[in-house]
Ligand binder design. Structure first.
Ligand code: MG
Length: 327
């Protein structure tokens, strides 16, 4: 990074610029002690015959209430899901809230109820927390940070994909970004955020997954590039089985967005060995009929889309402007 450079919105978008910002932190903070997988969705600490998974996330979503969720729900789901994609059972969440003076108590209570609902639904208790109030005008309404821990017998690492594996999506993608933008722009759509905890799905299907990630910021493009990079493989997506609904694609065309970088907050993508694919899909389809194979893992590097005409188009890590404050 150049001298006198300032932080830009792109550095928080989950794409190439975010990676550069994290690299700046890593230049200073190098020692991770005994923690492993510190660049995955959750860091891993070996307890001997089990592994502790630890992760954290800050939520600054705008608007704070949207179709299918609110900032409280997303703060729970984001952390529960980041633990789950590591193949772990989440066992506790910490909840830290910074709220602006003047924020309506009624809205605050709604957000807390929503947090409690997800805690009950997922079976993951809030173990500890903190609240701070900041002077009016010093924060846009509310910011929530959650951290969480989980336990895993077998860790699913981002670098676990093998040549020959199938690539699957647990459901259609991108609905979270579309629901949020629709609310921002007052655009009518039936699409709701996909925001949901998926720990109970991973509990059932986790043993069949060789790599797994949740396509939040940066979407499918960022996820698959990370898996391809860390696993040293090539991913080929099939244009005929892309996991996007018509309404979602229409919205991206209207707003000039790239569908491959749309965020979901309740979906995961994973790689599965050919011997396990039938079993994995049978489980996934019990939870969501949209779950399907979207591509294959091959020898090589990078992520490509195989078009209907048989050509290959490279799917890059998102570089351009990504939509701020979606999570
Ligand atoms: Mg993640």
């Amino acid at each position: 990074m150049k001298e006198n450079e300032n932080i830009t919105l792109e550095m928080g978008g989950g794409g190439q610029k975010s990676a550069e910002l994290i690299a700046e932190i890593r230049k200073v903070i190098k020692d991770v002690g005994k923690w492993k997988n510190t660049q995955d969705d959750g860091a891993v600490f070996s307890l001997g015959n089990e592994n502790l998974i630890f992760t954290t996330d800050a939520f600054i979503v705008d608007p704070i209430f949207f179709a299918g969720g609110d900032i409280g729900k997303i703060a729970m789901c984001g952390t529960i899901n980041d633990i789950s994609v590591m193949g772990a059972r989440p066992i506790g969440i910490s909840l830290s809230i910074v709220v602006e003076e003047g924020f309506p108590m009624e809205d605050f209570k709604k957000i807390i109820s929503s947090i409690n609902k997800i805690s009950k639904e997922s079976g993951v208790p809030i173990a500890t927390g903190d609240t701070k109030v900041i002077e009016k005008g010093k924060l846009d309404k509310i910011e929530i940070t959650t951290a969480g821990i989980g336990l895993a017998q077998n860790v699913i690492a981002n670098g676990g994909a093998q040549v020959g594996d199938y690539v699957i999506a647990s459901g259609d993608l991108g609905e979270h970004t579309v629901a949020l933008l629709a609310k921002r722009f007052n655009y009518k759509t039936k699409i709701k955020s996909d925001c949901q905890p998926f720990n109970k799905i991973i509990e059932k299907v986790g043993k069949y997954l060789s790599a797994c990630k949740d396509p939040t910021r940066g979407g499918l493009a960022a996820n698959l590039n990370e898996i391809a990079d860390k696993s040293k493989v090539k991913v080929i997506l099939d244009e005929n089985s892309l996991p996007y609904k018509k309404e979602v694609v229409a919205m991206t065309e209207l707003l000039g967005l790239d569908k491959f970088s749309l965020a979901s907050e309740g979906r995961f993508i994973a790689t599965v060995a050919p011997r396990d694919i039938k079993k994995a899909l049978a489980i996934l389809n019990k939870f969501n009929k949209e779950a399907k194979v979207i591509g294959r893992v091959e020898k090589g590097r990078g992520v490509y889309l195989k078009t209907e005409l048989g050509g290959l188009r490279k799917i890059e890590v998102p570089r351009g402007k990504l939509i701020p404050r979606i999570c």
